[in-house]
Write a new protein. Sequence first.
Lengths: 240, 189
Amino acid sequence: MSFTRELFSSSIVAVGHFNPAIFTPDWLEKNQLIGSADAESAREKVNKTAFVVTQQIATFETPWFVLQVLENQFSLTSKEALTPAFMDLGVGILQLVSHTPITAIGLNFMAHYKIHDVASYHAVGDALAPKPLWSPLFPGRHVGMMALTMKVQDGTRENPGKSRDYQQFTVQPSPSIKSGVFFSLNDHHEVDKEEAKLSRPGELAAAIIDSHWKNTWATSTTVFESLLASILGPQEKMNA
Amino acid sequence: MRSQTLAAIGRRLAHRPESGSFPSATLSSVKAVPLGTRATTPPQLHPLERQEVGSFGAQSAEVLPPLVENPLLDFAANTAPLEIWEGTVISVDLKRGFMEATLDACMSSMPMHTAEFDLEWVSDQDMDLVRPGAVFYLTLFKRSKPSIENAQELRFRRRPAWTKGEIQQIDRNAREILKKGKEAPLAKL
């Protein structure tokens, strides 16, 4: 087995116009989106994220998520084990603020893979950024890949599709795992403006999360591991 | 959430002859299987973890900036899921302190099966959610920091119910949409 997934997390980001002052642990608890222990935990001073709620910003963390709301952005980041309960929380919050003008949703998944031998680790970078293209330009110097981002969207180069949705895949050396590779997927969805006039934009945004999050999770794992398998060879087991 | 061994998390798995699609299994036999809007926590290279070798190595702490800057968030993942089951409560015995549930694997093709859970595995804040039909997620995961260990978590699903006002609004929206549609053509013989 040449690689194993070591770390995995997700975040849900919404772009729009928010009122950070309403996003408090008490508000989430009152609306039964979190339990009393989580609400209490959010108020504790020992957290890495300070508990702040003002007109401009709301930020706090519980044992399993970090919430940060600015006037133009909502961000929910997973902590500890990622489960579909995280998706439920994102859906639930945006349903509660259904009138909030939200223009776009980003479903993000991040993974760190450990590559089990140095040669294979370098093979990943060499495959994605072929050194024969770069090295002749810098004789006697070391050239290494820092990051690669690919954008996937409907249509072709000559005839782009009408949808403004897209997926962005990024590959970088992992800062957390020695000889590791970091992958991220940003699954970007625009909230349809015409549809938002008829329905509530917050509910539309919640529906996007509800209908796409699990598939995006599956896509992220499939793409990340297919890339590694293509470069390093097929795995008997994908993850230990 | 308490951290216990995998074998201790389920008390007993029952085979239900009347629902043949739920073959018996033991949790101890469950094997780990391979589970703008851009995330705004950029991976920050720690000087001690800087990669110094070969063509994939970074020689500086420079990383691409995220699409949306978020200097307040600085959080790193420390787990990876190994398997997740979506459970549905079948019955609850508060006197004995157990609940019976079906378990449907989310990350593998493991067959659906049933299990009994000691209610001590349910956190105090979730106890009022335990009822027949309630959904929970049972997650087996690997924690890498501060030390490597396998752990599990049981968390009940929380979704706000539709309010009467929301349902009424949906009806109004539907009528608006229908008004804009053309009348269906009548078939002529």
